[in-house]
Design a protein around this ligand. Structure first.
Ligand code: SDX
Length: 428
């Protein structure tokens, strides 16, 4: 294979180096294209454009492969814990027991947030969507930890900024939920593990202890592991782009939370449940909604279906679908929308429209059904996605800094008016 690509422009030849990754992914390095030829490339939605070289997550959309630092997601979901996977993503290797204990304990001693944050929280109406609160409160961490704004923080200072974020996001997320239902917030209990502590803060009441169910804790661990990273998706690319301007980790992640909120991205898990509820309310006719999804004049989309990269089953959806059956059975929950989801999946997977476009269930299609069975309210589903994706955002932001990447600033092709003179008001 040649180690360069040749581009002929206006009769002149330009040679661009070929980059090959460890999984044999190939790219044309066009870093010098504009300087040498005056041309740029155009790629709406970056469907064919690599923004960076990364060693964190590998996915193969055709084969349905997903690995964090080389470890298959199936093995991590089965054998690891979310906090261990967070360590793996952020620091690049599975921790020793001692390293894991240090990481776990460092997080535990930072789970409290400044009491002044409650004044900010109290300023939100109870109707505020928890994702809007989460993005705002994560950004407000820059006010409580202004040293995090220094782009030249030492390695230890950056690590403390990372630990604080891992520790405080679950507290802030649970508090945003309590705010939305007008209930008093719960403080973290550091004798609990990461997932148990979050569930305690979400569901405990001053009048009664929250009894942890090991099935729920285990399911939450698995769900968070499956959401932990996904290479250069929309929200992660947002975190890297904002961070490339030397913005703090907190500002970068706050921006990532806003990107994730979009219903085409992380907001899809909430949209799936709302869609399934609408189908149930409409009489449960899956075929009617499949027809709507295929109708170009109908804005309805089958939420939870399709993916920019996976043109085969999203491996996470396969694991989550199995877990949904297990969790609902273990909890004795009979949720009719699970049956509607399965009917919808079967109908779509045999329909030529979906087959031709390689539209399969993605991570969001079944996750909401489990969250619902765990007692998580629908408008907290995307917050759960953010909770899971946090270590991935942190790892990607850290890698972007360590690789000393330049500020992200795409070019464009201008299509507006060519030069013209100002017209005085009386001549318009
Ligand atoms: C996530 O990137 C990541 O890794 C994201 C994520 C992560 O972990 O970070 O995996 C998480 O965001 C999962 C995706 C969640 N979103 C949804 O479930 C929303 C529904 N899906 C779509 O809107 C869509 O499939 C996207 C946004 C996911 C992907 O959009 P693309 O790659 O831009 O594809 P497209 O919109 O150009 O669709 C291609 C064709 C179109 O039809 P034609 O113009 O070719 O006739 O497929 C059709 C689309 O109309 N299509 C759908 C569809 N998804 C695509 N038609 C009906 N229902 C759908 N869900």
């Amino acid at each position: 294979m040649s180690d360069f690509a040749e581009i002929i422009l206006e009769g002149k030849s330009y040679k661009m180096p070929i980059v090959v990754g460890t999984e044999n992914e190939k790219a044309i390095d066009i870093n010098n294209l504009r300087a040498e030829s005056g041309y740029i490339t155009l790629d709406s939605g970056y469907k064919n454009t690599g923004a960076t070289e990364s060693a964190i997550t590998f996915l193969d959309g055709e084969e349905g492969i997903l690995r964090y630092r080389g470890y298959p997601i199936e093995q991590l979901a089965e054998k690891s814990s979310f906090i261990e996977v967070a360590y793996l993503l952020i620091y690049g290797a599975l921790p020793t027991q001692q390293e894991l204990d240090v990481f776990t304990n460092e997080i535990k001693i930072h789970t409290l947030v400044n009491e002044d944050m409650r004044k900010i929280l109290d300023g939100f109406p109870s109707t505020a969507h928890p994702m809007g609160i989460l993005s705002a409160l994560i950004s407000s961490l820059t006010a409580f930890y202004p040293e995090s704004l220094n782009p030249n923080q030492s390695k230890d200072e950056v690590n403390l900024t990372i630990i604080r974020l891992m520790a405080k996001l679950p507290t802030i997320a649970a508090w945003s939920y309590k705010n939305s239902i007008g209930h008093p917030v719960n403080y973290p209990k550091n004798k609990l593990d990461y997932c148990s502590n979050f569930l305690h803060m979400m569901f405990a009441y001053p009048t009664e202890e929250y009894e942890l169910n090991p099935v729920v804790v285990s399911a939450l661990n698995k769900l968070l592991i499956l959401h932990a990273d996904h290479e250069q998706n929309c929200s992660t690319s947002t975190v890297r782009l904002v961070g490339s301007a030397n913005a703090s980790l907190y500002s970068s992640v706050s921006a990532g939370i806003s990107a994730l909120w979009g219903p085409l991205h992380g907001g899809a898990n909430q949209a799936v449940i709302e869609m399934l509820e609408a189908i149930k309310a409409d009489g449960g006719d899956s075929k009617k909604f499949i027809a709507k999804a295929k109708d170009k004049d109908d804005p309805f989309r089958l939420m939870g279906f399709g993916h920019r990269v996976y043109k085969n089953f999203d491996p996470r959806a396969t694991i989550i679908k199995k877990a949904a059956d297990e969790v609902l059975t273990a909890l004795g929950v009979n949720d009719p929308i699970l049956d509607i989801a399965k009917e919808l999946e079967e109908a779509a997977l045999t329909d030529q429209y979906f087959v031709d476009r390689k539209l399969y269930p993605n991570v969001d299609f079944y996750s909401g059904i489990i969250y619902r069975a765990l007692g998580i309210p629908t408008d907290m589903f995307t917050v759960m996605f953010a909770l899971g994706r946090l270590p991935g955002w942190i790892a990607q932001w850290k890698e972007m800094r360590e690789q000393k990447e330049p500020i992200g600033r795409p070019r464009q092709v201008y299509t507006g008016d060519t030069e013209r003179n100002y017209v005085p008001m009386n001549e318009r």
